[in-house]
Design a protein around this ligand. Structure first.
Ligand code: ATP
Ligand code: MG
Length: 447
């Protein structure tokens, strides 16, 4: 039955094609008014008798802005291209460490969802102005599936495509240092973010790490929750602790864990509140906005305290300005952002800056404990246990050594050590730990 209907519709289409062919030859012999009239009604007739419906998704909207649906469809079809298309483009995406295939122009890709077959093709129409091409995806399907396509299939394609694009996207690290725009204001300058730190390689007690990872995961999945309680979808983290305890490393691990971009905001060179605002509203969703050494950027009274005298004269960012923009960040532009402040001197900070609700999670990054040392030993020496571990355990309990110093001591220094790397590196660390004065409190704690 279906086959018969398909044959009939193919016959109708073939007849229409023949009429159209004859018409193209003869049309020059008709007056232009009649010409337009016939053409308009011919297309109406084709639409009426054709059993297929087409939907187009243009790369650029009316205002030339980028159409998100186009990108999502492109990602979605990249998974189908290798199955159906005979010609496709290949891109190497470093982040996903694999080749991403995308459909080539005019190449048809067939897809099937819940037993319904559809056909996609990427077309490319040169715009009249010829300044840029106008690419679009054309989706064709049988008329009787109209409701299913509009209701479920397109949603499925867009959601899957967005998830894939997110997985394959290359994270970027933005900084406001080198670039100045026509307004003479600083703007973001970016490079690919390729930091290898992960929570696996972060030296920290596993319980604490797990708690942070759970917090981040919960946040990233809480879109509906934030909408329900009427709060902007953002979260503040304050990382504090002595130099070399892994605050910057933790930020990189967070970005890798969440697959977010990083905006490294150097506050001391931001001219004024207006410049700060313009920087913050151009940050994108799914990002970490980082202000390192916040104690060096703003003082308690909210006045600027820049790193150099010349800078302080031209900087007018205030504490209240910063608080306003951090609070209003998500309402101004998009959503899903984590703001991270780091400091070596948490006691110097204005309580208003780090109060709960603004900085929701305070994380102390502390000196190296035995559990953290074991992570470093695994990272640097690839060992899980060693006869010298017991001695290191008791020495770490008596001394304050940062993970950065521990790491420095167990890095193999010369090629000669290669035979017995672990042994000599751990002995190095023991020697260094013995040279560090035991911390009084720690000694008493152990007694
Ligand atoms: N917790 C840690 N886990 C793994 N590596 C660490 C850790 N802490 C420090 N390191 C190592 O020490 C180096 C310096 O650490 P990092 O820059 O993260 O410290 P920091 O707390 O940000 O210091 P500062 O306060 O000076 O900015 C890192 O490159 C990393 O190799
Ligand atoms: Mg740092």
């Amino acid at each position: 039955m279906i086959a018969m209907a398909q044959k009939q519709s193919r016959d109708i289409c073939a007849s229409l094609a023949t009429i159209f062919f004859v018409w193209t030859i003869l049309k020059d012999h008709f007056p232009s008014i009649l010409n337009n009239y016939i053409q308009k009604h011919f297309h109406k007739l084709v639409r009426f008798v054709s059993p297929y419906i087409d939907i187009t998704f243009h790369e650029h909207g009316e205002t030339s802005s980028h159409n998100e649906a186009f990108s999502a469809i492109k990602s979605y079809l990249s998974t189908k291209a290798s199955l159906w298309a005979s010609s496709f483009k290949a891109d190497f995406i470093k982040q996903s460490k694999s080749l991403i295939l995308s459909v080539d122009d005019h190449e048809e890709v067939t897809d099937e969802f819940c037993g319904v077959k559809v056909w996609w093709v990427l077309e490319n129409k040169q715009k009249q102005s010829k300044t840029h091409e106008n690419r679009y995806f054309k989706l064709s399907f049988l008329r009787r599936h109209r409701q299913f396509i509009a209701g479920s299939y397109i949603d499925h394609v867009i959601n899957e495509g967005k998830a894939l694009a997110l997985k394959n996207r290359q994270k970027r690290m933005y900084s406001n240092t080198p670039c100045i725009d026509w307004n003479n204001w600083r703007r973001w300058n970016s490079v690919y973010f390729d930091h290898p730190a992960t929570f696996d390689t972060l030296a920290m007690e596993s319980k604490k790490k797990e708690e942070i990872m759970n917090d981040l995961k919960k946040f990233s999945e809480a879109k509906e929750y934030y909408a329900k309680i009427g709060k902007a979808w953002k979260r503040g983290y304050l990382l504090y602790g002595p130099p070399g305890t892994g605050k910057s490393t933790m930020i990189a691990a967070m970005a890798n864990f969440l697959n977010y971009d990083v905006y490294d905001l150097e506050l001391t060179i931001v001219k004024n509140n207006r410049e700060l605002r313009s920087l913050l509203i151009t940050t994108s969703s799914k990002s970490l906005i980082v202000i390192e050494d916040i104690d060096c950027s703003l003082n308690l009274t909210g006045q600027r305290q820049s790193k150099s005298d010349s800078e302080s004269k031209s900087s007018e960012v205030t504490l209240s300005g910063l608080l306003n923009f951090i609070d209003g960040l998500c309402s101004a532009s998009g959503e899903e952002r984590i703001v991270v402040f780091t400091t070596n001197h948490v006691d110097k900070l204005d309580p208003a800056l780090i109060r709960r609700g603004r900085m929701d999670k305070h994380i102390e990054m502390s000196y190296c404990c035995f559990e953290a040392f074991k992570v470093l030993a695994k990272n640097y020496l690839d060992i899980d246990s060693h006869e010298l571990f017991a001695e290191i355990d008791s020495l770490l309990a008596e001394t304050n050594m940062t993970p950065a110093d521990v790491a420095e001591n167990i890095i193999p220094k010369s090629r000669e050590e290669e035979d017995n790397i672990a042994d000599s590196c751990l002995k190095n660390l023991i020697k260094a730990l013995k040279e560090v004065k035991p911390v009084k409190g720690k000694e008493e704690e152990r007694v």
